[in-house]
Design a protein around this ligand. Sequence first.
Ligand code: 5GP
Ligand code: MG
Ligand code: MG
Length: 178
Amino acid sequence: MDDFTKVIVSENDISRKLDALSAQIREDYEGKDLLLVGVLKGAVMVMADLARRMPPTVQMDWMAVSSYGSGTKSSGVVRILKDLDADLSGRHVLIVEDIIDTGITLHWLLGNLRSRGAASVEVMTLLRKPDAVQVEVPVKYLGFEIPNEFVVGYGLDYAERYRTLPFVAILNPAVYGD
Ligand code: 5GP
Ligand code: MG
Ligand code: MG
């Protein structure tokens, strides 16, 4: 049995997309002190590869959150497991995300970070599932629109596995026992 049915974003696709997005971000934030905020653990890979394309003065900070919900549905009730180290007042903040599915978590995060007095808060996401977006989240920098399938790799897990793959692939439903 193969663990994946299809690679939907290749290592080369990711690399070229990050080249383009980082060029745009460098231009938009020229002369500004930029703080990248990643949500653990899914954003680790995209954060590392984006940050290495930025000027060396760029800063990284991390949050860990858990969303409560019934079953597979996110309720929008989010708890902070690990907060940022940085004080956001007056800062230019770019949230770096792996994937937006319903958008519920990110919608909450945007409200939370905006209430801390940042000069600006914007969003970059590598992946977005357009069919599943229930909450409008303003994404300034978008990598790839992907179909409404469960994907793994490049930070994204199934039961903590597959995060280290250099590509994004559709997980074979046989892996989770269908
Ligand atoms: P939402 O946008 O629904 O609030 O939640 C997004 C989070 O759900 C992501 O950060 C990720 O942890 C998880 N998620 C959503 N879609 C997928 C997917 O296709 N694969 C994996 N591995 N995680 C996903
Ligand atoms: Mg995420
Ligand atoms: Mg996960």
